[in-house]
Design a protein around this ligand. Structure first.
Ligand code: NAP
Length: 279
């Protein structure tokens, strides 16, 4: 019997998840379809009821509903409870289970580039929803996390959440500083660069050993990543995080191993097509 999955959000046209998941079903010959649904805030509760009534097996949740959907679910996995946000819902024995694969997806995307996490220093730029999931996942792996945000009170609040979960974290000014010389992993999680704008400060003086990640994937090379390259650092954009949050959602829904290569190819193909049609 055909299984049905979806992604819900507002806006949603930019989401690459349908192409990524449908390519995966095709690669493994799985009888399933993944759709995207634009859901306005006043329709969120009815949408969840509708997806259940129509027999959907699960769905992804993107902005702005990752927190709002929680009150409409029956259970949360430990990952979703810790993050306080849900990006994946599974219907299991009629129960709506909320899960979060964003943090673990980030870990999967960088682990091949880092020689272990424990005791190493990560600096996170930004303290929004994405930063929270990544910071919790990194401290769970034993990293020491320093958070710099334009609004310092948000960075301080995130530090308190991490400490309450047993992690080690501090906060500081959203500016150049001594931290640049000691950082093992630098993660840019703000929305600066999405529209091609410059980053507010330079990375001059950064340790050449640092791995630098910008979780933005379109554009693929933000001014921030270009600066990191210029300083001699290894760099990654956010495509790996997007891929692996999808891979982990797939495995949560269907079990077994997701076809990572087919899903990655579909993502790259969609990005190229969208760039082509834009220009
Ligand atoms: N690769 C992936 O799979 C993936 C997944 C999720 C998100 N993302 C990307 O991550 C970015 C953030 O998403 P989010 O959900 O965390 O958003 P969010 O919750 O709205 O947080 C936005 C963050 O950006 C900061 N910021 C915004 N404009 C700024 C500016 N001009 N100067 C300095 N800081 C600024 C905010 O600082 P204040 O607190 O001071 O406002 C806040 O820390 C977006 O670009 C999104 O596309 C990628």
């Amino acid at each position: 019997m055909e299984k049905h999955y979806a992604v819900i959000g507002d806006p949603i046209a930019h989401s690459l998840s349908p192409e990524m998941h449908n390519a995966g079903y095709k690669a493994l010959g799985i009888d399933a379809e993944y759709q995207r649904f634009h859901v306005v805030p006043s329709n969120l509760a009815e949408t969840v009821e509708g997806l259940c009534a129509l027999g959907f097996s699960g769905w992804n949740v993107t902005l702005p509903y990752k927190e709002k959907i929680i009150s409409l679910l029956d259970n949360l996995t430990p990952e979703a409870r810790r993050a306080g946000a849900v990006n994946t819902v599974k219907i299991h024995d009629g129960q709506r289970i909320g899960h979060n694969t964003d943090g673990a997806g980030f870990i999967r995307s960088v682990e091949g580039e880092l020689n272990g996490f424990k005791g190493k220093k990560a600096v996170l730029l930004g303290a929004g929803g994405a930063s929270k999931g990544i910071a919790l996942a990194l401290t769970e792996q034993g990293m020491i996390v320093h958070i710099l945000n334009r609004s310092p009170e948000k960075a301080q609040a995130l530090v308190q959440v991490i400490r309450a979960e047993g992690g080690t974290a501090t906060s500081g000014d959203f500016a150049q500083g001594d931290w640049l010389e000691q950082v093992d992993l630098l993660v840019q999680t703000t929305s600066v660069g999405l529209l091609g704008e410059p980053f507010p400060f330079s990375l001059q003086g950064i340790s050449e050993q640092a791995l630098v990640v910008d979780i933005i994937f379109n554009p693929s090379q933000t001014a921030f990543l270009q600066d990191a390259k210029k300083q001699g650092c290894r760099t990654l954009n956010g495509l790996g995080m997007l891929l692996y949050q999808g891979v982990l959602a797939w495995e949560f829904w269907l079990g077994g191993q997701a076809p990572v290569e087919a899903m990655q190819l579909a993502l790259k193909d969609q990005l190229l097509r969208r760039m082509f049609y834009k220009g």
